[in-house]
Design a protein around this ligand. Structure first.
Ligand code: FAD
Length: 465
């Protein structure tokens, strides 16, 4: 197989890598992208898109179950629905397949050469790829590492048999009767909630004192309430010790040191994700690291000249849109543009029920910086649109500087608030003041009005509360 030489080599075609390659191609850079799997990486194949498809299907099913139980006040009577999870998974796979083709098409349109296979560094500028037809050598002037992350396994609960990661959970073709989720972070709760809505008896085992510990308790309260309403048991301060010999009994050490046995058809382990930095020659390059992650500067440069790293492999926040933002920026830097990374306005969305959105600083973060702040919070129980959607739990909160009203952060929890993430991000990115949000006429009736009302409240000018 003839060696390939190129200006830019991108290793990994997840959201970070493929966006970087597309932009580089558009900018006229001779680019090669290598991936061992299908284009789109974790996000498209076993992450963001499949999980949101499953969540949507579970919500639809749960809604009809609710309407069929005769106790709803909407005046709609439905008959009990049936769920064919194998069909749901086939539908999800169809969406993933369409998007895989879409990403490949975009790469080709940008004249990026795609090499499929597992890459291994020979030296900092040369890799060899195990392709289906043989070994391919690729040499490049510049390399972008975008190899992403993989699920973390617990030593006492290795993956296999009944013990699954999010990847296998997103391919199950029947709903487990009893599902134990180990890890109460966003992936575990999103999937645990979906399976509970589809009829599984779900227990969440979380080692820390509460679920979603990265958010303040006020933001997670509506989520905890909903988990309870769905019949999901949440054990906090509890540690999964391993499977009992029988195979389907999970031993759990409770907060008080006592041991409990949970019967489980499946144990879904979602205790975090580790960067893919081992086993492909990267460790031999001796790049500077930040713990397990590749250390980068504000231009995503590693400690080795001509080698950049982007996305999950570089640490938190491990989010697809952050990887994409870095990918686009790095391509432009390689093309000679002046860009630096500004992480102030990266939104984070947790697709639980209800959803959580955060952008910028929380009240606690802001206080820690010593800045005097003003906070405005508006509940969805006072928002007409939320009432008509039967989604009154939750609120929008705006955090701003007291002196000049610069918006520092925005948080929301509520039904469908993920769609407000764009407005929140824009406000923080553009350096909005409370007056900008308060003075923007928001369409009525929408949940976005709660954003305007929260800003009005922070100014002491609230109208609807
Ligand atoms: P990845 O998407 O992990 O892609 C890395 C690619 O590199 C892979 O395709 C892999 O095959 C390839 N690769 C690795 N090593 C090699 C090698 N040696 N040779 C060749 N190829 C290699 N994020 C969000 O923003 N929103 C969400 O709603 C969301 N939901 C999620 C749900 C789940 C269940 C999971 C698991 C993750 C979710 N994420 C979500 C996180 C998101 O998927 C990641 O942040 C994102 O995919 C990171 O992108 P990346 O480009 O850094 O790497």
């Amino acid at each position: 197989m003839k060696d390939i030489s190129c200006k830019l080599l991108v290793i990994g075609a997840g959201p970070g890598g493929y966006v970087c390659a597309i932009r580089a191609g558009q900018l006229g850079i001779d680019t090669v992208i290598v991936d061992a799997g299908k284009p789109g990486g974790t996000c498209l194949n076993v992450g963001c898109i499949p999980s949101k498809a499953l969540i949507h299907a579970a919500e639809e099913y749960d809604r009809i179950v609710h309407l069929s139980n005769g106790r709803n006040s909407l005046g709609i009577r439905a008959t009990k629905p049936e769920l064919d999870l194998a069909q749901t998974i086939a539908w999800k796979d169809g969406i993933v397949g369409r998007l895989n083709s879409g990403v490949s098409g975009l790469l080709k349109k940008a004249k990026v050469k795609i090499v499929q296979g597992h890459a291994r560094f020979r030296d900092g500028k040369t890799i060899e790829v195990e392709t289906e037809t043989g070994r391919q050598i690729v040499r490049a002037e510049t390399v972008v590492i975008a190899t992403g992350s993989a699920p973390v396994a617990l030593p006492n609960l290795p993956f296999g048999g009944a013990v699954i990661s999010s990847t296998e959970a997103l391919a199950l073709t029947s709903v487990p009767e009893r599902l134990v989720v180990v890890g109460g972070g966003y992936i575990g709760l999103e999937l645990g909630t979906a399976f509970a809505k589809m009829g599984a008896k779900v227990t969440v085992v979380e080692a820390q004192g509460r679920i979603l510990p990265q958010y303040d308790a006020e933001l997670t309260r509506p989520v905890s309430k909903r988990l309870q309403a769905l019949g999901i048991d949440v054990m906090t301060g509890a540690k999964a010790k391993g499977l009992a010999k029988a195979g389907s009994t999970l031993l759990v050490e409770a907060e008080d040191g006592s041991e409990t046995s949970l019967t489980a058809d499946r144990v879904l382990v979602t205790v975090g994700r580790r960067p893919v930095t081992q086993g492909w020659g990267l460790d031999e390059l001796v790049l500077d690291m930040d713990g397990p992650f590749i250390r980068i500067d504000e231009r995503c440069r590693t400690s080795m000249r001509g080698i950049y790293a982007i996305g999950d492999v570089t640490g938190e926040p491990m989010l697809a849109h952050r990887a994409m933002g870095q990918g686009e920026m790095v391509a432009e830097i390689i093309a000679g543009h002046k860009r630096v990374w500004d992480k102030r306005s990266i939104p984070a969305v947790c697709f639980t029920d209800p959803e959580i959105v955060t952008v910028g600083l929380s009240p606690e973060d802001a206080r820690r910086t010593g800045i005097e702040i003003t906070i405005g919070q508006f509940p969805f129980s006072a928002n007409g649109r939320a009432m008509t959607k039967m989604g009154e739990d939750g609120f929008v909160r705006v955090v701003a500087r007291l002196d000049n009203h610069l918006v520092l952060g925005i948080q929301a929890v509520g039904h469908g608030v993920s769609e407000l993430a764009a407005a929140f991000g824009l406000a923080v990115e553009m350096g909005a003041r409370l007056e900008d949000i308060a003075g923007t006429i928001h369409a009525h009736p929408t949940q976005g009005e709660a954003f305007q009302e929260a800003a009005l409240k922070a100014l002491g000018q609230e109208l609807h509360i």
